[in-house]
Design a protein around this ligand. Structure first.
Ligand code: KG4
Ligand code: ZN
Length: 334
């Protein structure tokens, strides 16, 4: 079945064409993204109104590019999978309305997909992974551990009590004047820094070993930057020490959850999964514990439509479809 995936939940407009034969088994025929970083950079964060306005302009061309890349036309598409939440409601509406229009015009089935389900299943785009597996979703908006038990059966076993890890990266990058989005800048800068030179406290959630907390680490960096010593120190060292603290705080609960679940495979997904130190450290910790780490290629870690096509695909090949009256839901639960 040839599926068109559409994603516009936040600041990326994305489309992909996937050929799927069975749940979770897919051949990525194309995957395209229109990135808006240049639009939001001047504001140091995403401006929702600008995001949705930009989506209105780019969504059509992005879908055309995906169809071209796959060497097919709209009439060849047999199903449409589109993100319906969670996310910025104005952004979500653009992709959803476009999908409804295409479904109405072509008569093919459309399903609405939960964005988080897309991230949870993204590791299957390039790997065969037996279920149940443990997924760490770590992005600008989410930081959580899920047991992926089956298609459509996900159990949250830990999550952040405050900020998402990506949010901490972005806020610290802003404090350090590294621009937006800041995760990658911190990752790159950290390669030249000493990870042990600046003391950053690690937060643990008492009584909840599989939960996370990242608001304290941001405050710690702000306090250091406000002090004379902090300002005199090398920014590379601060970046590397901060990053190491975040990685420590992600690795520990993840390994605890994998043990509790008895999961052979840990899947790392979401934008922060692009972080080189997190990949290395989690791979090491998993191997030391007799487990395997699977992380998607970078383009499938960050927001993309291939994961949405995969997550909608298992329902479409079962013959399911959603009514064209479904709504976008900013807080859609999994
Ligand atoms: O999944 P994503 O594209 O969007 C959502 O939040 O859903 O993730 C974006 C987040 C941003 O916070 C960005 O700073 C972070 O991923 N990020 C990174 C790296 N690359 C992207 N964080 C740390 N290290 C990186 N290399
Ligand atoms: Zn995302």
């Amino acid at each position: 079945m040839l599926i068109l995936g559409i994603e516009s939940s936040c600041d990326d407009a994305a489309a992909a064409v996937l050929e799927t034969t069975a749940p979770g088994i897919a051949d990525i025929r194309s995957s395209t993204v229109a990135n808006q970083d240049d639009i939001h950079r001047a504001y140091g964060g995403i401006v929702p109104e600008l995001a949705s306005r930009s989506h209105v302009v780019t969504i059509g061309p992005v879908i055309e590019r995906a169809l071209d890349g796959a060497g097919c036309r709209l009439v060849d598409i047999e199903g449409i999978a589109v993100t319906r939440g969670p996310g910025l409601v104005g952004s979500l509406l653009v992709g959803l309305m476009f999908a409804k229009g295409l479904a109405q015009a072509s008569g093919v089935a459309m399903v609405g997909v939960n964005h988080i389900e897309g991230h949870l299943l993204a590791p299957l785009l390039e790997n065969r992974i037996a279920m149940p597996y443990l997924a760490l979703v770590v992005s600008g908006g989410h930081t959580a551990l899920f047991a992926v038990e089956d298609f459509g059966r996900y159990r949250r076993i830990g999550s952040t009590r405050d900020d998402a890890a990506g949010e901490a990266f972005d806020k610290v990058a802003k404090l350090m004047g590294l621009g937006y989005p800041g995760g990658r800048a911190i990752d790159e800068m950290s390669r030249r820094g000493n990870r042990k030179s600046v003391r950053i406290p690690r937060a643990h959630v008492r009584g909840a070993p599989m939960d996370f907390s990242f608001s304290g680490v941001k405050t710690a960096v702000a306090t250091i930057l406000a002090s004379e010593d902090g300002r005199a120190g090398r920014p590379e060292d601060l970046a590397a020490s901060f990053q190491e603290a975040v990685v420590d705080m992600l690795v520990k609960p993840t390994i605890a959850a994998a043990r509790e679940l008895g999961a052979d495979t840990i899947a790392l997904t979401g934008g922060v999964a692009a972080n080189s130190r997190l990949r290395d450290r989690l791979a090491e910790a998993a191997a030391a514990d007799g487990r395997r780490l699977v992380a998607p290629a970078l383009e499938y870690c960050t927001d993309n439509a291939a994961m949405i096509a995969l997550a909608g695909g298992y329902r479409l090949i079962r013959g399911e479809r959603d009514a064209l009256s479904i709504d976008a839901q900013a807080n859609l639960a999994l």
